[in-house]
Design a protein around this ligand. Sequence first.
Ligand code: MN
Length: 226
Amino acid sequence: MQHQLMPLSFEPTALEPQISAETLSYHHGKHHAGYVNKLNSLIPGTEYENMTLEQIIKSASGPIFNNAAQVFNHDFYWKGLSPNATSPSAELAELLERDFGSLYAFQEAFLTAAAGHFGSGWTWLVITPEGKLEIRTTPNADTPLRGNETPLLTCDVWEHAYYIDYRNGRPDYLAQWWERINWNFVSDNLASVTNDPIAGYNQPCIRNDEVCDYVDAMQENERTPS
Ligand code: MN
């Protein structure tokens, strides 16, 4: 099975000035594409050849895991960015306030964790199986998909995500990245987990299980005029 580079849903200049078209062209067109191509070159003839990305991530190790996870992580990163101003759903805002104190306190905690992460990796907002929102950082290609927590949002803190625009200024990049968060995506991910499809869910479910099948069916039902 050939894995594909996820096309971006916005124009190359759409995230400017926070993220330049030049950064987008390298980050998506070179780095992200590189992981896709590498993955496709590694899997023929292995047990991973016909697995979905998620299945590979949950079972592989070494270079196959690294490249598959980087494909997923980048897909998730791009979906979490928007050219338009968005805001958290009421449900998400309520949970952020409950678990961090306020949206601002969450922002501070998330950006501090991202700025303090040593070396390459990712910072995540996840929801635990108990329904609590938590901030996680993962090194290199590592991803919450490996465990039992569900990612809602991620920020790429690899240097290639910001070096063209901000040189070594990771905190500057993080502050600007915050302005481009696609809160619709984050809210929709939460709605898919809390099994509340009526709460404005409009993105494809990221997990291949019964809950997602159900959510997708509900969405289809909503889209289809009766
Ligand atoms: Mn990256």
